[in-house]
Design a protein around this ligand. Structure first.
Ligand SMILES: O=C(O)CCC(=O)C(=O)O
Length: 277
C-alpha cells in the first residue's frame, strides 16, 4: 500500500452560469492532475450558486448528467480520484446536496448525500434553510483507495463529530469535505472544527470551499484547508480562486497514533454508544 500521496483542493469561483462553472472546475482539475495530485476535490456546490432559488434549476439526475460525464472523462484521462464537490441531485421528486466520488477508471465509486441540512438563522448574520429544497441523506460515506480508506461528508456535516468517529472506527485515515462556510460562521468556527475533527480522530482532514464571489448574496468563506493528524493546519488558501496541494503521509499518521495513543485509550467499555464497527 502506498503511504504517501498528494491531494488537491480546487477552490473555484462559482457564478450563476453552469457552463462557466463546469469549465472552470475542469480546468482546475486538469491543472491539479498535471501537477501530480492523486485525489482531487471540488467545493460544495461548485456547479451552482449556493441559493435555494436556483438549486432545482441546476439539479441533474445521475443518469445522463452532463456534469458527471465531464468529470468522469477527466478522472479517467488523468487516472485520478475526484470528489466532485457537490451538486444538486434530482432523484424522482426529491433533491439532494450530493458529492459524487469518481474513480480512476471514470466510474462512480460512491456518493454522499448531505446528512445534516443547513437550517440556521443567525440574527443580522446569515439565514439558510436547505431543507426547503433538499431531502436528508441517510448514509455515512467511505470508499477504498490503494492509499487508505477515505471518508466524505458535506459542509454542515462536519459539525457533527459522531460521523467522523464512526469513520475512524471503520479505518478511515483521510476525510474530504466539500464545504461552503460563510463570512459569519467561517471566521468563528472553520479552523476550530477542522482542527478538532483531526486531533480527536488522528486523521487528515481536508475541507474544500468555493472561492468568494462578492456578486452573490451568500459569501463563501473560502479558506480551503488541510489539517494533519496532530491537529496542525498544513495548508490553507484565502478567499480567492486557487488550488491547495498537500502531501498526505500515512507513516506520519501512524507515528502520531503510536506516540499519543488516543484511539487505543478510549474507554469503549464505558461509553456504551456508537462503539460498534
Ligand atoms: O456550518 C456552517 O457554519 C456552514 C454550513 C454551510 O454553509 C453548509 O452546510 O452549506
Amino acid at each position: 500500500m502506498c503511504k504517501n500521496f498528494k491531494i488537491a483542493l480546487c477552490q473555484t469561483m462559482v457564478k450563476d452560469d453552469k457552463v462557466y462553472n463546469l469549465k472552470k472546475a475542469l480546468e482546475f482539475i486538469e491543472e491539479a492532475a498535471v501537477n501530480g495530485a492523486n485525489i482531487i476535490s471540488l467545493g460544495e456546490m461548485f456547479i451552482c450558486p449556493y441559493r435555494n432559488d436556483v438549486f432545482k434549476e441546476y439539479a441533474e439526475e445521475e443518469e445522463g448528467s452532463i456534469t458527471l460525464k465531464a468529470i468522469a472523462e477527466i478522472a479517467k484521462k488523468y487516472n485520478v480520484y475526484i470528489v466532485a464537490g457537490s451538486i444538486p441531485e434530482k432523484d424522482g421528486d426529491k433533491y439532494y446536496n450530493t458529492a459524487y466520488v469518481i474513480g480512476k477508471d471514470g466510474n462512480i465509486i460512491t456518493k454522499h448525500r448531505k446528512m445534516h441540512l443547513f437550517d440556521i438563522d443567525i440574527k443580522d448574520g446569515v439565514y439558510m434553510k436547505e431543507s426547503d429544497t433538499f431531502s436528508y441523506g441517510q448514509n455515512i460515506t467511505m470508499f477504498d483507495t490503494e492509499y487508505c480508506k477515505v471518508g466524505v461528508a458535506i459542509c454542515y456535516d462536519m459539525r457533527f463529530p459522531e460521523i467522523f468517529r464512526i469513520m475512524v472506527q471503520n479505518d478511515v485515515k483521510l476525510v474530504i469535505v466539500p464545504a461552503a462556510f460563510n463570512n459569519v460562521t467561517g471566521p468563528a468556527h472553520w479552523d476550530i472544527i477542522i482542527r478538532n475533527r483531526s486531533v480527536d480522530n488522528q486523521i487528515y482532514f481536508a475541507a474544500a470551499s468555493p472561492a468568494r464571489n462578492y456578486d452573490e448574496t451568500y459569501l463563501a468563506y473560502g479558506h480551503s484547508s488541510v489539517c494533519n493528524p496532530f491537529g496542525e493546519i498544513i495548508g490553507q488558501l484565502d478567499e480567492n480562486e486557487d488550488i491547495l496541494y498537500c502531501d498526505i503521509d500515512l507513516n506520519y499518521l501512524e507515528k502520531v497514533r503510536t506516540e499519543l495513543p488516543l484511539l487505543k485509550h478510549r474507554r469503549l467499555d464505558i461509553y456504551g454508544i456508537n462503539t460498534k464497527k
